[in-house]
Design a protein around this ligand. Sequence first.
Ligand SMILES: Nc1ncnc2c1ncn2[C@@H]1O[C@H](COP(=O)(O)OP(=O)(O)OP(=O)(O)O)[C@@H](O)[C@H]1O
Length: 813
Amino acid sequence: MSLLEQDWSAEKTRVQEVTTKIQTKINGLEEQIGQVQSDVVDIRKHYWDDVTMDMSTPEDAAESIASIKQQAEVLSERERTHRQASAALGKMRRLVQSPYFGRIDFKEKDERASEAIYLGIAAFLDEQKEEYLVYDWRAPISGLYYDFAPGEVAFTTPNGLVAGEMLLKRQFVIRDREIRLMFDTGVTIGDELLKQVLSRSSDAQMKTIVATIQKEQNRIIRNDKAQMLIVQGVAGSGKTSAALQRVAYLLYKHRDQLSSDQMVLFSPNPLFNHYVSTVLPELGEENMQQTTYQAYLEHRLGDRFEVEDSFTQLEYVLTRGLTPQAGEGETLTASAEAERLYQARLSGIRYKSSADYLAVIQAYKLRLERAGMQFNPILFREQEVVSTARLIERFYSYDTAIRLPNRLELMQGWLLEQIEHFAERELEAAWVEDEIELLGSEDYHDAFVRLRKNERGQGATFDDFDQEKILLARMVVKEQLKPIRAAVKQLKFVDMIGLYAQLHQDRKAAAADEDWVHQIAAKPSCWSSICARTLEELAQARLPYEDATPFLYLMEAVCGFQTNGAVRHVIIDEAQDYSPFQLAYLKRLFPRCRMTALGDLNQAIYSHASAYSEMDPIAALYGPEQTEVIRLFRSYRSTREIVEFTRGIVPGGDAIEPFTRAGAKPLVIQASDRESLHSLLAAEIARLLGEGYASIAVIAKTASESRLAHEALEPQLQAPLGLVTKHSPAFESGVLVIPSYLAKGVEFDAVLIYDGSHHQYGHENDRKLFYTACTRAMHELSIFSLGEPCQWITNQSTDTYEFVVGEESEMHS
Ligand SMILES: Nc1ncnc2c1ncn2[C@@H]1O[C@H](COP(=O)(O)OP(=O)(O)OP(=O)(O)O)[C@@H](O)[C@H]1O
């Protein structure tokens, strides 16, 4: 037998041995769980049988309580055992099919023998021999597998550095308890295996990458030092994947102090939340909390406003506010005016997301400490309980050194007193008598009982007619004033909308104030248009997306910052889409957390300032001492041909390295009219389905273009055609139409760009959106163009794509 054959045979035998032992463990756990389950049922059923209840003397009562407590403890111990055994069983069931994916032979310095370390998604201990048959991929020693080639190596344990030599590094693909592939590898984790993994069809849900984590990704996963870890990685470089394995790693490493509900992932949209939701459970961990920034805004502001979402804003920007081109029935002046308003909104979006605007709000807050607060009067039945003027007077009567939120707290106490006085005055009011008469007999009886209880010991009797009337009046008034008291407790007397509006109103008044003048300097030239629009929206109880974070920040600066100290780790995916303002807000919201921000400036699709811009405001958030930046240049998602094409779309794209997986060059297909565009698309979809691709996406620029594409294509296809909107809860496999901005972060086997023409993507602003859309393709990319293709295609070397004029292609098909 050759060495290779010997190795194969030894490894095959080992897999059989290990899986048999795992199976034995599974059987044992199943038995244990069955037993515990019946114990639990039994204890619940006979809970009271074993408890002796005797309350006759204090001693007996104490004994009875102790006996109940003891029963409860037995029950909770059994339930805990059940939970633990079930979790272990889940892990073993996953492990038994594919117990490990890697092996390293490590000889510690000064030791004579080497040890074979097998790595899997969970550890498996041979309890009899006290030997690990499988190590968890997150164990300290497992780091060697990802970081080193055979040779001199070292790894860190809680007890210090362990040095030695790696004699072998081997990879396996084991499915259904059988070795399907096995090979020894060098520096990187076998390109061959990675090629295989990446050649697979995409899925509606993301997969774990533990078997093929690359060295640079491992730096992200195991980074435990930085308060702020910034990952700047090109499209498809594994940012999201690395972040999810990082969560699993941190949960493992800090399992005594950290739980999954102390980690939060901010996703670009709810669809993405669903897309990544299976990775951690696949690794045997519970999912962390997942949310979107929009959901948070809704949660905080949804009761005051209709808060515009980022996609509606983006749709406005991309469709130029649905402004019709100047044409029949429309004068040029009207069109110019529409364009002016559009440009004004764009500059408002940019300005309101900038650090300059954050500074304006901070200065505004300082100014409010001295003047300018706005209050809602406290009203009851159209009477003023406390007028705005009194509120203002009271607020500014406090020492100016007292912070705004503290002054409001003092105001709260004072207002509750004022409401008490008011209540006393109202006891005799006519409406109170009317209300008393309206009380039903049940209310009356309830009142009687409550009053008896409340007034007990105070000498009052309900028989006394006057007393009775006063007591009932007091009860009625108290009940009616409840909502007002609640509103005071929630600081609703602060006129937040008025305060935010004022920021857009009193430019002159503000200019008289010196701190302010300094800040106003940065305001855009069309500020008055921006103000007019903002005021109009506020008057309709609508909050544009660009105003949502500033509004929230102002609200908190005035009323007190809400913080969440329980969250220890925040992961922000697609961080380039956050403005510096939003990130500053998140930092404040989670004061005790470490942050991992993952982004790619080339995919910054919003018009607002990006936290990943040149000046890297994100790096300034925690300061250089606490910040670490890791850059990823290798793109794993797409074939080499697709990456060679897509990297030409963005400036500096040369730095993007394709992974060596071959495929067809992207196709650029030009159509002369919409009808032929649709039949060309339908033919291409049919071809791709014929190739056996499971997920095919027609990516349109906007939601309105998606609807148009869906309507036109659906009747022409044999297969069902899905339409993804911002309300879709999840991705389905198959063929679908999706707006570019909702395709962020996800991938498809084949991507068809609905219309990559100059008309659609010709602006510099469209470049990143176009890049983002094209980089969603794993295996095939076809760009259709109604008329002349955009310059992001034509500026490139013609070697990078195949150009076909539509009619020709139709002939071929
Ligand atoms: N080490 C790896 N092993 C196997 N697959 C990998 C690895 N790294 C990345 N991939 C695959 O590459 C694809 C892209 O990964 P991912 O979505 O994490 O990248 P990203 O940087 O977040 O992309 P984008 O910014 O374009 O959304 C996924 O299919 C992922 O499974």
